[in-house]
Write a protein that binds this ligand. Sequence first.
Ligand code: DON
Length: 318
Amino acid sequence: QDVAQLVATGSIPSSAEIDALLATAHERYAATTDGRVADYIPVLGAADPSKFGMSLVTADGRTHSLGDSAHTFSIQSISKAFVYALVCDALGHEVVHDRVGVNNTGLPFNSVVALELNGGSPLNPMVNAGAIATTALVHADPTLRWEAIHAGLSAFAGRELQLDEEVFASEMLTNHRNRAIAHLLTSYTRLDPEPLGVVETYTKQCSLSVTAADLAVMGATLADGGVNPVTGQRVVSEQAARDTLAVLASCGMYERSGEWLFEIGLPAKSGVSGGILAVAPGKGALAVFSPPLDEAGNSVRGQRVCAYLSRALALNLF
Ligand code: DON
């Protein structure tokens, strides 16, 4: 769609301009009925498709929110970005590059075939196989692994995130595909700890409860080179933040990452519960929540809002 660039390139939009643009985006896309709520995790099928919230946090810590921005939902795949950042921070660029990879699979996020076609390499940390391999690198011990992830993601958000026990239980009953992926990784000697324990931690990280406002703070921490701009705490190194944003650009929107970069021009990550987080390096982050998804598993309204605001705020990197 043809949307005018409303803010001059290079200029910093005022708070009033940002609020006005969020309101316009909400109004433009509130009536959208395209997309379907995910139901392969049974409890997600009960999500209210009309929920629609957005939040933008600038790299200097200003927060702008609209609609259902305080509504909680499970973070799902958006957690992959932050666990990856923590692992990059702890182990460094080379180790993570060698163990997980950085290239797009061109296949759906839960593909088993992608692993088989690539000699057991998950290719990147944003698909389920690569995320499970990344979670395994946090710690061999399941308790310490979960504690590190819970504390790390909470530091990104600037508050202690809670586990959604209902989502966790629902997904643990149905995550046979992820268990198969973990066993396959083990058979290729790509996973050191006990595989089902890693799937459990991975499922827990996906079940952390967040709001669009939390996600925007988490993204703004990556935009701000690893420092949470609201709390002032350094969460990961500048290098780890940069590595994460590079992988979000190439792989964050799965097999649609190329199209996303072509149209919107920002590193981003989606989750099946309906969240999308887009990060403008050095500037801030935008998070949208709306449960109906397209076939690749990306929120339909979320994509449209990001396209509109990327254009209107002149955020496209290219
Ligand atoms: O492992 C899964 O299938 C879910 N816990 C997360 C998948 C997901 O969010 C994909 N995103 N669009």
